[in-house]
Design a protein around this ligand. Sequence first.
Ligand SMILES: C=C1C[C@]23C[C@@]1(O)CC[C@H]2[C@@]12CC[C@H](O)[C@@](C)(C(=O)O1)[C@H]2[C@@H]3C(=O)O
Ligand SMILES: O=C(O)CCC(=O)C(=O)O
Ligand SMILES: [Fe+2]
Length: 369
Amino acid sequence: MVVHAKPAALDQISLVRSAEPGGGAASSSLFPGVPAVDLSGPGAAAAVVDACERFGFFKVAHHGVPARVVDRLESEAAAFFAKPQAEKDASGPANPLGYGSKRIGRNGDTGWLEYLLLAVDHHQAAAAVSKASPVPSSSLRSVVLCWIRPPVRSTQPLFYLLKILACGVCREAVSEYVGAVRGVAARVLEAVAEGLGVAPRDALSGMVSGAASDGVFRVNHYPPCPLLQRLPDSCSVTGFGEHTDPQLVSVLRSNGTPGLQLALRDGRWVPVPPDRDAFFVIVGDSLEVLTNGRLKSVRHRVVANSLKPRVSMIYFAGPAPEQRIAPLPELLGHGEQGAYREFTWGDYKKAAYRSRLGDNRLDPFRRRV
Ligand SMILES: C=C1C[C@]23C[C@@]1(O)CC[C@H]2[C@@]12CC[C@H](O)[C@@](C)(C(=O)O1)[C@H]2[C@@H]3C(=O)O
Ligand SMILES: O=C(O)CCC(=O)C(=O)O
Ligand SMILES: [Fe+2]
């Protein structure tokens, strides 16, 4: 798409063709709207599988996570992003963890956003966190954030710890929130196992709940982009470019600002109406492989808003680095070969971090028939 006179401030940021307003034809025919599932309601397992098969996406209503846990972190995040740029920069650049602005990953992707990207670790960080600044052990619950995981080539993990602590987003608020959304991810994966007839019940949820599991937590802030008003109506500014998430599932919560869009199975994009009270669940590449492609990861993206800031908080439920990711035997017919070659999460993650955001990362692992 050629757009003349792109404002200079958007030089590094790509433009996207907007989804049809209100979902357009796509919403009326193929997309009746984002399915909502009550995880504790009757038929939850079948509803989760149905939504994941059709869209790779649904929202969880009545999730039981107290609003105060969500609100507290949302206001901590807002306070962090409102700080002077130099203070925020002291927690960056994201490599891949820490504070980042406009650059996503290490391979040239950009977007109209700033963010904090943190690793979640259960066993390693407890001592370091409490030594650095003691917090009541009750607030650590089962989750402790690994503020000390160094950038890949750093030889100064402690320095990194201090830089991240300096970012000032309250550890307790993050810990409490991440503990709650990890629970949501586990319940979703239990429902997937039940709905697909996979035993035991924790065959999938266990992968993302263990002490060595590799969860990542991200808070994105998309500032308003008034320059959008100078572009043709059919154009939007990329907030977060289209991609699939590499993990099993992602649990996303946003404020009331629209921007998130989904690709339907036929490639058409539809907007996701924001819902401050719900969690959105996104099927990731690893769950696609584990279910032998019955559930498919979904491409999604965020477009900037001209007037209102968007804040999203996403927990990416990843397994332990050594975890084998291969189609579950229960989902294969007798003697049937899986549709994907096996890999470990560690290898997949390494490859993912060498890829561009929009790449199809599963392609090299698909078996050709
Ligand atoms: C461009 C990239 C950013 C990303 C790592 C990657 O090289 C490709 C996958 C990207 C992604 C998408 C989902 C999550 O936001 C994320 C944290 C992840 O696990 O994979 C990001 C990575 C990132 O921002 O570092
Ligand atoms: O910010 C959002 O709403 C989605 C961002 C996203 O897809 C991601 O961080 O992987
Ligand atoms: Fe994503």
